[in-house]
Every structure is written in C-alpha cells, then in structure tokens.
Design a protein around this ligand. Structure first.
Ligand code: SF4
Length: 317
C-alpha cells in the first residue's frame, strides 16, 4: 500500500516540534466523534491489526528524520497521531521500541477506547508521553459525543484508564473536548473532573473544536462555558490548560503587555486582579484591557464571584 506515514514536523503547543506518524489509514477508528477533524469514520472497528509493516513505518520515519537532520531541523517528539485510533495498530509497541532507539521521545495521542486491554496498556507504556481522551464519564453523553463501536464499554475504558495511570511511568495527560450542549453542563463537567482527579496525570487539557467537525451540528462552547469548565477542573486541584486554537509561539516573548495578556489568556483564564497586577508591573492602565476587549481579542466572563478574562475564540469552523 502506498502511504505517507510521517508528516510534518508540525508546531504543537504540547509537544514542541512534532514529527507526526500516521500509523492508521484514514479513517479507521473505534469512535466516530461528532467533532472529529479528520472527517467521518469510514471503518468503525475495535479490532487490532497490522495496517503497515513495522519495517515500512521504521524506514519512512527514519528517512524523514535523516532529511530533517540534514536541514538542521530539530524534532522534539515523534508523535503517533494518525487519521484514526493509533492503538488499533497491533504493532504499535514494536514501532515505539524501534523508533525510541533514535533518541527522540515518543508521544501517543489515543482516545483510550482499547486501554482496558493489557496488550494496549503494555504498548502505550513504552511511550514517553501519552494523552488520553476523556470527553464523558456517563454512558449517554459518551455515546452522543464519541459515537463508539457498539462492542466497547465505557465502564471498561474508565477502569482501563485508572489502571494505566497507576502502572505508567511516563508523562500522562488527559484531553477533554468541550462540545456545546453535549458535554458542557455543569454536572457533566464536574463528573469528568472528579474522575480525572483520581488519575496520576501531569496535566488535564480542555479543548474546543478549532477546525471543521465531522458533524455539522457541532457547536463551539462560548468563553463563559469554557471558563466554567476550567474553574470546575482547577477547583479540584487539577493542573489544567486550555487548547483553544492558539500556539505558544503566537506572540513570542515580548515586553508588550497586551501580547503578554493575550498569551496567558490563550492557556489560562485570568482573574481581574491578576490582569491588574500585570498592568501595574508594566506601568499600564486598565485602558489596555478595554482596548483588547473592544477589538474583540479578549473576552470578560463571570464565574462565581470573580471576573475572568479569556482570549476570544477564533470562530472559524
Ligand atoms: S477518536 Fe479521534 S480520530 Fe477517532 S473519531 Fe474521535 S477525534 Fe476522530
């Protein structure tokens, strides 16, 4: 089969310069998420199998690394982030082992749907960095948002994630996609946060759709909802960060206080008093914030007794 397995490198906020590895042909997945940015799942499968020979993946990836080395381009991560679910690849563990020998850390971004299987956990445990999807902990919401293969069980998946978090020695992250009116009510977000709290993770990411989704009905939650989710997570002592379509390099290190505020609020909503502190330190007045709000770059939202500022979302879907 003719294939382009490595792609990039692409700049990634989480992984720096990441060389992607597409170890699953488009689009084979255990889920058919309403928000999937790869498009519709043509083959909904929960069967682990070989899609490419291990040698083919190795050769293509090493060739690409050599090319990049010649161009003096540094890669921070080799990332299994295919057009489908990476753990469907029965050779994933072998591929990680072989590629790891070349001194670049390995990341896997998985939906976690097969993680109740010991062989999948064993494969994932070889990676240095794993992100697992947790969009729902209730059966009804899970079916609505992730549209799973009918033989999968959410209970087994959640138990598998707990097991993996106990066994895994690398850096584990979670990612929760927020979809308006599907998983964004307070009760649902609280339940997800309570579950994630039981895991041993480095960070919980909250994301929103930033590219056209598989289903036209998908709506991006507004800043108010996203801020609520962020606060419900952080109130439970979860180290939380937003993924709302901005990269860390959007505004490189700068003395410009407006850019600094936009940089921080792309990742963490800021309380009013924290914004004031930054302005005070820079000798700037509140007008700087008013200008950003008026230009539509910054948004003020309320949560509990506090006012928060968030980077306005790019509504490009
Ligand atoms: S798990 Fe990932 S690849 Fe699969 S349908 Fe969902 S978003 Fe798309």
């Amino acid at each position: 089969m003719k294939s382009n397995i490595p792609f990039g490198p692409v700049p990634s906020r989480r992984l720096g310069k990441s060389l992607g590895i597409n170890n699953i042909p488009p689009k084979i997945c255990t889920y058919s998420c309403v928000y999937c940015q790869v498009g519709k799942t043509y083959s909904l499968s929960n069967e682990r199998k070989e899609f490419y020979k291990v040698e083919e993946i190795k050769d293509q990836v090493l060739r690409k690394i050599n090319e990049l080395n010649k161009q003096k381009e540094k890669i921070d991560f080799l990332s299994f982030v295919p057009d489908g679910e990476p753990t469907l690849d029965i050779n994933l563990g072998k591929e990680i082992e072989i590629l790891k020998d070349h001194g670049i850390p390995i990341a896997v971004i998985t939906n976690g749907s097969l993680i109740d299987r010991a062989d999948v956990r064993r494969d994932l445990s070889k990676a240095n960095w794993v992100s697992v999807k947790i969009d729902a902990v209730s059966e009804k919401v899970w079916k609505k948002i992730n549209r799973p293969h009918p033989d999968l069980s959410l209970k087994d998946i959640l138990e598998g994630i707990v097991k993996f978090s106990k066994e895994y020695k690398g850096n584990l992250y979670t990612e929760t996609m927020l979809i308006k009116d599907i998983n964004t009510d307070k009760k649902n977000i609280k339940e997800i946060a309570e579950f994630i709290r039981t895991l041993k993770i480095k960070k919980a990411y909250l994301s929103i759709p930033t590219r056209p989704p598989a289903s036209k009905s998908v709506e991006v939650p507004d800043e108010e909802i996203t801020n609520m989710a962020y606060n419900l997570f952080t109130e439970r002592n979860l180290n939380t960060e937003l993924l709302i379509g901005y990269s860390a390099t959007e505004f490189p290190a700068t003395k410009n206080v407006s850019d600094e505020i936009l940089n921080i609020t792309s990742v963490h909503p800021m309380r009013e008093e924290d914004v004031k502190n930054i302005l005070d330190k820079a000798g700037k007045s509140w007008k700087t914030v008013e200008d950003l709000v008026n230009k539509g770059e910054l948004k003020m939202v309320n949560f509990g007794k506090n006012k928060f500022f968030l980077r306005s979302f790019k509504r490009n879907i």
